[in-house]
Design a binder for this molecule. Sequence first.
Ligand SMILES: Cc1cc2nc3c(=O)[nH]c(=O)nc-3n(C[C@H](O)[C@H](O)[C@H](O)COP(=O)(O)O)c2cc1C
Length: 135
Amino acid sequence: MIQEITGADLFKIEPIQPYSKDYNECIAQAQDDQKRDARPELKSYPDSLDEYDTIYLGYPNYWGTMPMPVFTFLEHFDLKGKTIYPFCTHEGSGMGRSEQDIRKLCPDATVEKGIAIHGTNVKQSQDVLKKWLKK
Ligand SMILES: Cc1cc2nc3c(=O)[nH]c(=O)nc-3n(C[C@H](O)[C@H](O)[C@H](O)COP(=O)(O)O)c2cc1C
């Protein structure tokens, strides 16, 4: 939706080893990755982010923050001088501590206040997103 509204380029962060499609297994794998502070390898990266000033960074809230593959992605780049707008889906924890974690990983970027969308409201979130983007 954000891509449609802004016309931004889109890149999907995907680990080489995907989390299980089984919910309970996925929960356990993601928790294990977080406890080990793992950096799961990604399938690919954009060649460069040099031409971008603004990054909308989206993820589901996993255990109170971003899934660890998003940590891998952020650490791969020097995001100095860029502005990051985080957005996430969640089931009650909102942004959790993800904004703090992004600030830690990207100390020279500006991390703006993000928007958290409840998983069940995703399909009806166009107006909320438009308002957030306008702000
Ligand atoms: C491994 C895992 C951990 C999760 N941890 C949280 C959490 O700490 N707080 C929360 O509000 N939702 C949590 N969720 C729910 C996800 O945020 C929710 O499923 C997602 O945002 C909705 O996207 P989906 O429809 O693609 O699953 C977790 C889900 C998974 C699979």
